[in-house]
Each structure stands twice: as C-alpha cells, then as structure tokens.
Design a protein around this ligand. Structure first.
Ligand code: FAD
Length: 388
C-alpha cells in the first residue's frame, strides 16, 4: 500500500533543508547577475557546480555500484523541488544528476567508457529522441539505423536535444531491424552535424536545445544499447516527468512566497493590498493548488519506489506532471499579477518563472499526452487502482 501522503525520512529532510539554504545563498545572487548581464557565464556555472559537488548534492540518483547516492525517488523529488526554486535552469547545475536510466541498460564497457566520465564530471550526455516529424508520437520516428558489418550507419534528424554545454555523447533513438534501437553517438562522430541552435522563450537558460543531423553517421556495434533501448528512453521520460512536477512545485512555492510578502507590505487605497479580497483570494487559490500539486507529486514518487505495476506508476506520474505543471502556470501568473509592474521586470524571479514554467506543459510529453496516459489507464484498470 503506497502512503497517500508519504513522510520524508529524517536524513532526506535534513538534506532538503541544506539544499534549500544552498540554493538561496549561492544561486539567487547568480540569478541576479544573469538578469543584469542577459546571459549565463560558464565560469560561474562551473564554480556553482564545484561548490554543489563539494556539498554532496551531485549524482545522488546514481546507484551505489556506480559511486552514486542511491537516493530513493521520493528523496530525489524532495530535492528537485528545491532546485526548482532556482530560475534560468541553474538548479540543474546544483543537483548534477547522472544518467541512471542509461546505467541500467548499458553494457559494462559502455558504463566504463561513457557513464563513468559523467560521474567524474568530465562531460554530460544528451537525449536525442524527438524529430521534426515525431514529437508526441514517438512511434513515428523516422531516423534509421542500418547494420554494416560490425558498424551501424545512422541517418535522420533530431530536434530539441537538450544539452548542457557540449555533451560527450548523444543517446540517439533510431529504427533498425524492425525496432527502436538506442545508440551512443559520441560528439565528433563522422556524419554527426550540429545543424542549428534555436532560441527559446526561457533563454537565458543553462541548457540549449540544438538540432542534429545524422548523415551516414557510423558508430560501432559496441555503441548500441544491447536491448531495451526504446524502453530505456521511456524510463527516462518517466523520471523526467516526475522531476518536472517537483520543480514546478518549487517554482510555484517561491513565486507565491514573493507574492505573499508583497501583498503584506504594499499599500493601495489606504490598506495593505492583502486586505483586498481580489488579492488575497488569488493567494488562497494558489496555496490550495500548490499543496494539491505537491501531495500528488510526492505520492507519485512514493509509487515509483514501491508500486510493482509500472503502468500504474506511469499513470500516477502523468497525473503529477499534468497537474503540477498546469497549476504552476496559474500560480506564477497570479503571483505576477499580485506583484503588478514589479512582477513584470526581468529582475523579478516571478517574471522569469512566467517564461520558464511554460515549457513544463510541453516537454517530456505535453499535457494532452499526459491526459491520454491517465485516461487510457483509468478506462483499462478502473478508478480504485489509481487511488491506492
Ligand atoms: C525546450 C525543450 C527541450 C526539449 N528537450 C528534449 C530532449 O532533450 N530530447 C528529446 O528527445 N526531446 C526534447 N524535447 C521535445 C519534447 O519532448 C516535444 O516537444 C514534446 O514531446 C512535444 O512534441 P512536439 O513539440 O513535436 O509537439 P507535437 O507532437 O507536434 O504536438 C503538437 C500539439 O498537438 C497535441 N497532440 C499531439 N498528439 C495528440 C493527441 N493524441 N491528443 C491530443 N493532443 C495531441 C500536443 O499536445 C500539442 O499540443 C524538448 C522540447 C522543448 C520545447
């Protein structure tokens, strides 16, 4: 039985509090610099990452045998919530996560060659699944993989490849021998081309999202994930969805906090604006939705750790992502309204969240796709399955 409201173990709670203090002390001033400069300086991010590593916030998602923290999903979600309070994607540099989903399906050689350097902080990976003709519908992938002796020849186009700096390799999903296969394509592989790096609404942001072209790109068979590549990509989606929900809770909490503080201090028409119900009711709606989003997210995280039926886990995670990302959009929007003109200045974290949380309804599966997952599960398994 999954606890409806899971309790955080004491060590996770202590870690969460330490992380919250770190984000406030180290990241908030950096955000201000970014707002002033209009860009993120690499050297400062490197310094932030080093400090976070020294504090023990990195690689907590990786299993012990990989040298990671083997933290439960509930614990990871509790930390992601804090990292979500940072804007400009800077939280990613604090909770420097490793590719746990890749670790699970990689060969020992692939782990040594590609995952171990990530754990040492030498480079990062990037997932290349989406294509110009295949976004929500991953079954429509058109990238191809053809075997040629002990090599594979890859052709296709990949979009929105979220990358932090220059990734050490890309995880490319392509169709070969009648199924979706996952390949490790190192940066600089012959035939791999970085076509374009478009701008996005959330810029300046830690990550960029380039478009890749694979033109007769050759990789050795040793770079093919032996089995379960498509499944591995779906597991990555699942985990990322949960983290999106958690970060949305963090973003919403910080925005609401700022709106509350302003409402208590600002006066208009002879009283503090918090005394106008037009303002205080907005705050009430936001707090209610935030708590609901948080409970759902923590519940889904507990289900991830303990529910044996992965289909049910998918449904609960989809509900968390759907609700938390949509609630965060409303909460941030109301916070901006309460802050008035000050909320619209880019030096306000709320203005930045206003742009940044919008993508949470899109990436890793749009709200509509989450509704599809939830409705299909409900129709097949019934209501009670999802209430346990
Ligand atoms: C900033 C950013 C970073 C990203 N990072 C990555 C990454 O690292 N790796 C990666 O592989 N991908 C990444 N993506 C891609 C992302 O996962 C896709 O954008 C997302 O899955 C939606 O696909 P699409 O944009 O092609 O939209 P489309 O699939 O074209 O959908 C368009 C609209 O149609 C709706 N729709 C589609 N099908 C249905 C349906 N059956 N029922 C109802 N509505 C439907 C959608 O909900 C949406 O509103 C990223 C995207 C962004 C914006």
């Amino acid at each position: 039985m999954i606890p409806t409201v899971p309790e955080l173990p004491a060590d996770v709670q202590a870690l969460k509090e330490r992380l919250a203090a770190f984000v406030e002390r180290e990241v908030y001033p950096l955000e201000q610099r970014v707002a002033e400069a209009g860009r993120i300086e690499d050297a400062r991010v490197d310094e932030l990452r080093r400090k976070a590593r020294a504090e023990g916030f990195s690689m907590l998602n990786m299993p012990e045998e990989a040298g990671g923290g083997a933290l439960s999903m509930l614990g990871q979600v509790a930390l992601e919530e804090e990292s979500g309070k940072a804007t400009n994607g800077l939280g990613f540099a604090v909770l420097d996560r490793g590719p746990a989903e890749l670790w699970d399906i990689a060969t020992p050689e692939q782990r040594e060659r590609y995952v171990a350097p990530i754990l040492r902080g030498e480079f990062r990976e990037a997932w290349a699944v989406t294509e110009p003709g295949a976004g929500s519908d991953v079954s429509a992938l058109a990238a191809t993989a053809e075997r040629d002796g002990d090599e594979w020849v890859l052709n296709g186009e990949k979009w929105f490849v979220t990358s932090e700096g220059e990734p050490g390799f890309y995880l490319v999903l392509a169709v070969g021998e009648g199924e979706q296969l996952l390949f490790i394509v190192p940066r600089g592989a012959p035939g791999l081309e970085l076509a374009r790096t478009p701008g996005f609404l959330h810029d300046p942001y830690l990550d960029h999202h380039p478009e890749l072209v694979l033109r007769d790109c050759r990789v050795p068979d040793a770079n093919r994930i032996p089995e379960g590549g498509g499944e591995g990509a779906r597991e990555w989606f699942l985990v990322e969805r949960l983290f999106i929900a958690a970060r949305c809770c963090g973003a919403a909490a910080r925005s609401l906090d700022l709106a509350r503080a302003y409402a208590l201090e600002r006066e208009a028409f002879g009283v503090r604006i918090a005394e106008h119900q037009g303002v205080s009711f907005q705050l009430a709606d936001s707090l209610t939705e935030l708590l609901a989003a948080r409970l759902l997210t923590y519940h889904a995280a507990a289900a991830f750790d303990t529910e044996p039926d992965r289909k049910v886990v998918h449904g609960k995670v989809a509900m968390a992502k759907l609700y938390a990302s949509e609630a965060a959009g409303r909460i941030v929007d109301r916070a901006l309204q309460v802050l008035g003109g000050r909320g619209y200045m880019t030096e306000s974290p709320v203005a930045r969240f206003y742009r940044e949380v919008r993508v949470d309804r899109i990436w890793e599966g749009t709200s509509e796709i989450q509704r599809l997952i939830v409705s299909r599960g409900l129709l097949k398994r019934g209501v009670e399955t999802y209430l346990r």
